[in-house]
Design a protein around this ligand. Sequence first.
Ligand code: ADP
Ligand code: MG
Length: 254
Amino acid sequence: MSSFLTLNHVSFSYHSPQGEVPAMTDVCLSIEKGEFISIVGPSGCGKSTLLSLICGLLQPEEGEILIDGLPPGDSPVRVGYMLQRDHLFEWRNIFSNVCLGLEIQKKTDSEHTAGAAQLLKTYGLEDFSKARPSELSGGMRQRAALIRTMALHPDLLLLDEPFSALDYQTRLEVCDDIATIIRNAEKTAVLVTHDLSEAISFGDRVIVLSSRPARVKADITVSFAEGMTPLGRRNSNSFYQYFNQIWEELKRDE
Ligand code: ADP
Ligand code: MG
């Protein structure tokens, strides 16, 4: 049986008047339903490009991408995208921000908006429904951004360095919070990050990319006790073993 998400020998270059910028060469990946994948690589190596290819914003120049057996544009699998900045609009309150994706997709019927309200309740932001984004902490804003994505019931979540704009301590807490929410909702998730510790704390597998043009240097399964959250993982002994092992992979051939 084929995987939930497959990249077969994917290559991609940007073309500009200044010339060609190869961003990715011969990337192969398979991701199963329910898996959490961390993709780690140096800044500028092609991580965001990879997510844009997976969600169909960009097309591979060579190779193919299949989600449940179909190219991204044809697949009925819903893909949610979460970015480094929360992109909450200050002129809308939190509830109205959370409903933005539903508005864009013309799903503002009572069933969908009630679903969004329920998500705010489940994830502890109900009391902030009428608040403006500036009244929330960085962590709460990022959680609101996740709820906006979850309101569209994505099957596959793409997370593009979603914690990197936060200060260090908040970043650890928000990563723990968001990973727990996504795990409990039984989504499939792909997180890209340049932070190796974050990658190990989040994923079931850590994929190491080379510097640009990105290629897969290593694909390492990390296993921790069932149900252990990112903060728990960071405190476990095997965390440092994985860190040292993957650090060596990151440095190799660079
Ligand atoms: P990352 O997310 O890993 O930091 P990106 O995927 O954003 O890297 O970019 C990979 C490479 O492609 C970078 O060197 C970047 O400068 C280049 N790049 C990104 N977008 C464009 C574009 N629209 N045109 C030309 N080059 C681009
Ligand atoms: Mg990026």
